[in-house]
Design a binder for this molecule. Structure first.
Ligand code: OGA
Ligand code: NI
Length: 340
């Protein structure tokens, strides 16, 4: 067996061969509750887990099926075809199979596209460079309905993301639309993940342990399983069991900072296996590049002063992107670098 050693996780970060049966992340039914109960459930889930699943969410199931089929059709093509829409230094959107998380290569292939077209971001990560860049998604020719399936699905998930954002805002005691303005000219993107069968699932990970750096992630996973969440109460890695047609929601670093650590962004990772390939589709709900991310005034006080210095979302994201693109010998940028 000839495996590129860049995939190999250090011993302490390798997956465990046995999984403990433990309490899983909360499941929230978005239709069954009156709005006050819903706000309380969302608030508790954000505080205690940073992760939850939603069911009865109004995203049409045929829209999800269509994008799932399109994703399978795209990834089953030979690499030479997929590379025609390859991501490069100029365009961060498209196909990509050498992503690194914390400088270890992930056992996966991805296809990224923006939610807003074009999406405006800083042209470079250099703090003093004010030049901007417009990003436009690249679309493959095959399968023929790929673009339509992706764009329709993105619109539906965006609606769900706004609804969740409003529930989170209410749960923090803020007006429902408090955060909405930050997402005008959003830098959100959608990712199709493909985790091929892996001959060394005990040594590699589909995605190494990480926290999502944006505001909120809305993830669709298939029935294979493999996502693990680091449980806050005891640091145990807990499996997120696939629930048909549900979405997995997690709080990202931006909400952690806005809430001044009331809602923490939680570490997660993806295991791969030697029998079944796996597909998932995260939507990364990200603010405008212009937003200076800092604890909200309403959520800080003399007794609870701001724990972070403001940082610019666009520069942060551009800096992080470079380190996911290339293997670097330095730790990548993290929100704790802005801790006061
Ligand atoms: C991610 C991620 C989880 C999954 O892409 O950031 O955590 O199940 N994905 O694919
Ligand atoms: Ni993630």
């Amino acid at each position: 067996m000839d495996i590129d050693e860049s995939f190999i996780q250090s011993i302490e970060h390798r997956p465990k061969s046995t999984t403990v049966e433990v309490e899983g992340i909360p499941v929230i039914d978005l239709s069954a509750l009156n709005s006050q109960d819903l706000v309380v459930q969302v608030g508790d889930a954000c505080k205690n887990w940073g992760f939850f699943q939603v069911i009865n969410h109004w995203v049409p199931s045929n829209c999800r099926e269509k994008v799932e089929l399109a994703s399978r059709a795209f990834f089953q093509q030979p690499s030479s075809e997929k590379r025609k829409v390859r991501r490069d230094e100029a365009n961060p959107m498209g196909f990509y199979d050498t992503e690194h998380t914390k400088n270890v290569r992930d056992w996966k292939q991805v296809f990224d596209f923006t939610v807003e077209n074009p999406t405006v971001v800083p042209a470079s990560h250099e703090p003093d460079d004010v030049e901007l860049q417009e990003i436009v998604s690249q679309w493959p020719e095959y399968p023929p309905n790929f673009r339509e399936a992706c764009e329709e699905y993105a619109r539906e998930i965006e609606k769900l993301a706004y609804k969740l954002l409003e529930l989170i805002s209410l749960s923090l005691g803020l007006p429902a639309e408090k955060f909405n303005g930050f997402f005008k000219n959003q830098t959100s993107f959608m990712r199709l993940n493909y985790y091929p069968i892996c001959p060394i699932p005990h040594l590699a990970l589909g995605v190494g342990r990480h926290k999502d750096s944006g505001a909120l992630t809305v993830l669709a996973q298939d029935d294979v399983g493999g996502l693990e969440v680091k449980r806050k109460s005891d640091g145990e890695w807990v499996q997120v069991r696939p629930t048909p047609n549900a979405y997995i929601i997690n709080v990202g670093d931006v909400i952690q900072v806005w809430s001044n650590d009331k809602y923490e962004s939680v570490e997660h990772r993806v295991m791969v296996n030697s029998e079944r390939e796996r597909f998932s589709i995260p939507f990364f709900f990200n603010p405008s590049h212009k937003v200076m991310v800092e604890p909200l005034k309403e959520l800080t006080s003399k007794q609870n002063p701001a724990r972070y210095k403001p940082y610019n979302w666009g520069k942060f994201h551009t800096t992080r992107n470079i380190s996911n693109f290339k293997k670097l010998n330095v730790e990548n940028i993290q929100i704790y670098h802005f801790r006061i």
